[in-house]
Design a protein around this ligand. Sequence first.
Ligand SMILES: [Zn+2]
Length: 378
Amino acid sequence: MKYCKNCIMPDTRPDQIFDDNGICNACLSFNKNNEINWPERENELNEIIDEAKKRSSYWDCVIPSSGGKDSTYQALWAKSKGLHPILVTASTCDLSEVGRKNLDNLKKLGFDTIEISNDPKIRSRLNKISLELIGDISWPEHVSIFTAPIRFALNYKIPLILYGENPQIEYGGPKKSLSNYILDRKWMEEFGGLIGLRVSDLIEIYGFSSKELGIYSYPSSEELDKFKIKSIFLGYFEKWDSLRNYNKAKEKGFTEYENLEGCYFNFEKIDNYQHGIHDYFKYLKFGFGRATDQLCYLVRRGIISRERAVNKVYELEGKFPVSYMGKSTEKILDKIGLSITEFKKICDKFTNKKIFKTDQSGKLVFDEKGNLIKKYSI
Ligand SMILES: [Zn+2]
């Protein structure tokens, strides 16, 4: 396990490539920000906006919205551009109190909104299946934040979908993905969480009907040919800045959460009680969690030193998730029909033994607090 010499991102992150000097591609891509011709991209974006306004009947664009800082920023931004948006929320798997508050705040700010809340019974089954099968409790959420907005846009003939950040630009990805601003089926399959578990498998193996899982399936090419929709990342057209978005959203009534377990920021990943479990599995598989992503963001921008980031990451990351946002893991798991003993077995199954210490018989070793021990240090 190697770490970027500039930030603290490890090379275990999927799609992470280091250059000959040991610098990760997210840092390289961030440094190239100044070489981008932003005015040219703005013109390109203005053309897309004009086209959408011409083609729309009443809603010009869909903003996929979790009620978070980014969607609040995007919604305000769209209004400032004279767009008439509808905010489409694909509800999170286990909506938190503060998440509810922030969704309601967006309504108060004066937007048309709709919440698509998929059948919670089916959803809980999907949470359990995807955790057991691919070590990702959040599969239903990852998929429906892409499928629900485009299905809504197709039905109401809305020509544009405005996503925010392109994760490959912020966190690193293959070179060609850095100059991409279109979110289509190809992107979904490569980066959007479709890989690993297919809707067709769920129907075949677990006996769901295709109608029950319709909202989790991306429209077919035939459906998409009937009305052309452009899904774009705003983060390609303007310098994306999570902190700026947070500050703007806060001015408009957005609420953060105090002391978020395993995180450095307290204003991200606050809309779903299952986020802590999701991020812990990322740690088990790749040896890093949410705090690493957030601290890398700050190091790249020169907001904190690499040394401080290293100290902070040891303090915050890698702990067995006892609770998230004040809700105990037992309660969170109870909702999807899993006991803590079953959960721990699933954790062991997905723990990368190349990264974490084992004894001579190959069994994972835990410290006195019940946490795994990493073989590598930053
Ligand atoms: Zn880096």
